[in-house]
Design a protein. Structure first.
Length: 488
């Protein structure tokens, strides 16, 4: 017996207004006006598929520093930052998982998120599956409005957990509905009717029927049917073709965040787990060079995430600046000024030797004095006791923190000016000078509660290398709690 013990999800805070996009492009594409309803999730400039997957995984794992129970890691994405570097290795380092784990990247189709989840369930043991997606779309395209950015994660363990795994069905067929070359550019799509009638309608139902057969269930037993598609009514059509009752078809969240590619099936599954009652059957399927279908029975047990899909969708800020969206996605060649003219070459030897500090935000704690510091050094910074080689690793990423001092700088280069940075102090000790992200002018003040997020620090455009580090962002849950307490 195997199942999902815990789950998590992440959607970027920024939500691009579709109306703002269609109005900006009305002069050239008035036909897109019909798509100008709702909003889509929009990654900040310092977010990508990997950083979002890390956030979803942290939501699933919880704040406990001890993650030694994770034996394997699967990272799934079609938009991973590196084509030849183990992206799962970066995720593992950010989460401070054990070096002894097995880790793999799963990619190649829009169903790879469910494929990774199916592989983890088949392998057994305690595993972490993290799925993230940030797809680019050409300006003034339907995909620009349909797409969204997001991530989901699941902890797999022996036993039923929150959702007992019942069965899996797969269909593999090189049906090319769209493709993206190895240049990492834009997707090229074929005709919609062909994709719908010859692809989805013919390839998805066999995978669903197989999964139900393996599970010993009939289609009428399904209480929650999750099927992402940018085609309106597609999930209902598939459900009808296999006999799933109409009321089981779940909202695909298109109006709230768009479709997050290979992460969207897992996101819909995570959303269903938040709402399913004990004993209810959840079926999730996704199309992509065939189809993947997984069946679960909710138990009402397991570990619920602190945020999940519901919390991530609620934590939102509407963005109406279409030019900002184009800039963040590298679709505008803009003048960055002389201050941006520097070589961002990364010293790979230094990165490796300090991996836990840079990617895991691991500092040091002196065994003799208890003084906590970042970075960790051979000599302790303890006043009057500069002890040597007495520091043990100390993890900062899940610690509560607040802003001691800060600056909002328009003189230094920033992708989202002004450049916010400051001194962050942690409960229990330790302080780090770091960037502050997901804020606007006026949001930051002394004493502001913050939490740590794993983000892009810089991009070496000359060599194609992405450098990651941790940043501070307002802890809005803590701020809301403070406000409520003050009101009482």
């Amino acid at each position: 017996m195997v199942g999902i013990a815990a789950w998590g999800a992440y959607a970027p805070r920024l939500r691009l207004s579709r109306k703002a996009v269609t109005e900006a492009n009305a002069w050239v594409a008035p036909n897109l006006k019909a798509k100008g309803k709702g909003e889509r999730s929009m990654a900040n400039w310092d977010e990508d598929a990997l950083t979002m997957a890390v956030e979803a995984a942290r939501d699933a794992l919880g704040p406990d520093d001890d993650r030694s129970h994770i034996a394997s890691l699967y990272f799934a994405s079609t938009t991973a930052p590196f084509a030849d570097r183990l992206n799962a290795g970066i995720v593992s380092a950010a989460l401070t998982l054990e070096k002894s784990i097995t880790a793999s990247d799963v990619t190649g189709s829009q169903r790879c998120g469910l494929t990774a989840l199916g592989q983890a369930l088949a392998a057994g043991g305690t595993a972490l599956v993290a799925v993230g997606e940030r797809r680019k779309a050409r300006a003034v395209s339907a995909q620009e409005l349909d797409f969204g950015d997001g991530a989901a994660a699941f902890v797999i363990s022996d036993g039923p957990g929150a959702a007992e795994f019942l069965g899996r069905g797969s269909v593999t067929d090189d049906f090319v509905d769209h493709f993206r070359g190895d240049d990492g550019g834009f997707d090229y799509y074929w005709e919609e009717r062909w994709i719908r009638d010859e692809g989805i309608v013919k390839l998805v139902p066999p995978a669903i029927r197989k999964a139900l057969e393996v599970s010993g269930l009939s289609a009428s037993d399904v209480d929650h049917f999750c099927f992402p598609s940018t085609f309106s009514g597609m999930a209902a059509t598939v459900a009808k073709s296999v006999g799933i009752k109409p009321e089981a078809v779940r909202d695909n969240l298109a109006a709230l965040m768009g479709e997050a590619g290979c992460a969207h099936g897992p996101i819909m599954l995570a959303h269903a787990l938040e709402q399913a009652k004990a004993g209810e059957i959840i079926l999730v399927a996704q199309f992509g060079q065939g189809a993947e279908a997984l069946v679960f029975r909710a138990t009402g047990e397991g570990t619920r995430p602190a945020r999940g899909v519901t919390g991530s969708l609620a934590d939102r800020e509407v963005e109406t600046n279409y030019l900002k969206f184009l800039t963040f996605n590298g679709l505008v060649d803009w003048e960055k000024g002389m201050r941006a003219e520097k070589d961002n070459k990364t010293a790979l030897t230094t990165l490796y030797r300090n991996e836990d500090m840079i990617l895991g935000l691991v500092g040091g704690r002196c065994r003799e004095t208890g003084v906590i510091q970042f970075p960790r050094t051979r000599i302790s910074v303890a006043p009057n006791n500069p002890a040597v080689d007495t520091q043990e690793p100390y993890k900062f990423a899940e610690r509560r923190a607040s802003i001691l001092s800060y600056s909002a700088d328009y003189l230094t280069f920033s992708m989202a000016p002004p450049n916010h940075y400051g001194m962050v102090v942690f409960e229990g000790g330790g302080r780090i000078m770091m960037d502050i992200t997901d804020v606007s002018p006026g949001d930051v003040e002394t004493g502001l509660p913050v939490r740590m997020v794993f983000r892009i620090k810089e991009v070496d455009e000359k060599r194609g290398f992405v450098r990651y580090f941790w940043k501070a962002t307002p802890d809005r849950a803590a701020i809301a709690a403070q406000t409520a307490q003050a009101a009482e």
